[in-house]
Every structure is written in structure tokens, then in C-alpha cells.
Write a protein that binds this ligand. Sequence first.
Ligand code: PEP
Ligand code: MN
Length: 337
Amino acid sequence: MIIILKPGTARSEADEILGQIESAGLKPLYMPGTERTVLGAIGDERKLAGLHIENHPIVDRIAPVLTPYKLVSREIHPSDTHVDIGGVLVGAGRFTVIAGPCAVEGLGQMLATARAVKDAGAHCLRGGAYKPRSSPYSFQGLGEQGLQILRDVALQVGLPAVTEVIETGDVPLVEGYAAAFQVGARNMQNFRLLKALGRSGKPVILKRGMSATVEDLLLAAEYIVSEGNPRVVLCERGIRTFEKATRNTLDLNAIPYIKEHSHLPVIVDPSHGTGVRNYVGPMAKAAVACGADGLMIEVHHDPKSALSDGHQSLDPDQFARFMNELRPFVEAAGREL
Ligand code: PEP
Ligand code: MN
């Protein structure tokens, strides 16, 4: 439920209502706006009925939040949320490019790739130390050693590091090494992991599950935010459809939909979305045009030797060209690269 207060209401007056909401067992929210202050009451709305908040002199009107997700909904929070990843603001009119290899394979590979993406203008460095692979025989990642390499290289080149966490028990370890967590498509509905991340202090890049609806994605984000961590960036990375020509079908419809219904920033991963190196550029430009706040791009210093996802990774020259070609599209969209 949202409670719209009359113009000019002081915080002290709102506090009385917030106290009533809390004592009814609901989560109170205080959302000051430029014209009006809005309060939120999250939880079982039947508990609110007995309070008769609508009769309070400072209340203009109350309205239910009709979406199943609440805290991530634009109804509750009309202005855009900006998420700070190690000093890089995602949202806020900026266009953020997160680039790097699928997996951390070693110091030399990471350093060469990180230098290339930094030189080309990427804002954050990616690299998986824990790889949730479809086959148990595929490279599973270097684990903590990979985290150490990622952290050292990120520090050396001066980019915040983003890496995937696949288990609840690994959250404190990964938090110590990375500027932001990534939750992969295969874990989007690992609710215990989402809750653990909701109790952590670092941002979370939440990738859409390959068979998840946009509503499922927003509800997964709600798990993180409702545990107390509002720093969530959504990531469209393609879904499974009947189409087999490409690895996944990049659902760009999701971007304007999410922008309309949620205040969270949303980025697009055309590398996994297409699975084809040559389609990464065109779909990245399309992502800019449909309102994405950034991109996640797989880059490898030598894609043919990559231990995972080499076929969809750009090499350093291709990535530099990619960034140069992207720039006019980002500017045309009224954003800064
Ligand atoms: C990845 O980013 O390398 C990855 C495994 O992506 P996804 O979870 O989207 O498949
Ligand atoms: Mn990958």
C-alpha cells in the first residue's frame, strides 16, 4: 500500500504514521519526493485496514500497489535508482560497460584482457571464478585463486571487479574480493542465495533466468531488496525459445517493460544473448536504443584459447572497434559513455 501525504507535511508528522505501520507488523517506507512525500506499507495489507490511516489529517489518499513485486516497483519508488559499483554509477544518465572474459583462467590472461578493456573505455571488469557450467566436464573456474587474480588485476588496471557467486556459503568470501556480485541465469531463483545477498553490503547484478519471465526476474530482485540491499542491477541475457539459430533469444522487449514498471537500472548481455561474436555489436546498439543503462560484454585477449565462451568473446581489437562504434549510439540516446 502507498500512502500519499498532503503537500508540505513535515517528517515528524509522517513518523507517527510510520510508527503505526510498523506496530501493525508491516514494513514502513519513507519516500520524500520533490512535490509530495509518499509512505509505503509492505506486507499483509489486511493488517492496515484497522488503522484507518486514510482518516489521518496529513493523508491525501492511500492506494494499493497492484504489482506482486513492491519495493522494486516504480509505483513505490517513481524516480530511477542509481547503483554504485566501486565508484561507477549505473543508471544516472551514464551508460556503463562491464567487460572481461567469461572466466578467470590465469594472471596473464586476466591482465592482458583487463588492460585491453580498460584502454578501450570499459568501466568495470568481469571474470568468473566460479563457473556454473551446463556440463560437469567443462572448466568449472579457479575458485578462490581466481578471485585473488581478479582482485589483483582489477586493482592494477583501476577497474571495479564484478564476479559471479553461485553458493550462499561463498557470499562473504566473494564480497571480500569483488566490487559487485553477479547472480547467473541458473541461480536467478536460488532464493536462499538471493536472501544472503540481500543481507550483504555490495551491489548485485541479477541475470534473468533462461526460462524466467520478466515478473519472475522482478520478484527475484524483490528478494534481495526486501532483505535490505537496494543495490540491484537487472541484466537481460537472453531466454530459451524455440529459435535455435542463436544460443538464446535476446528479449529486448524486456528493457522498456522493466523501465516502465521498475526503478532499478537494467543492463543487457548480448554475448550470452546471441552466443555469436558477430551479433554482439548489432544487439548492443539495439540495447542502447531501447533504453538500457549499460552492457555486459565478454572479451578475451585470445578467444580461440578461451576455456569458456570463446566463440562469443570479442578480442581486444574487436572490442576497441565495438566501443568506438557504440559511442555515437549512446550519445544519440542522450547518455554518456
Ligand atoms: C556468464 O556471465 O559468464 C554467465 C555464466 O552468464 P549466464 O548466467 O547469463 O549464463
Ligand atoms: Mn560466459
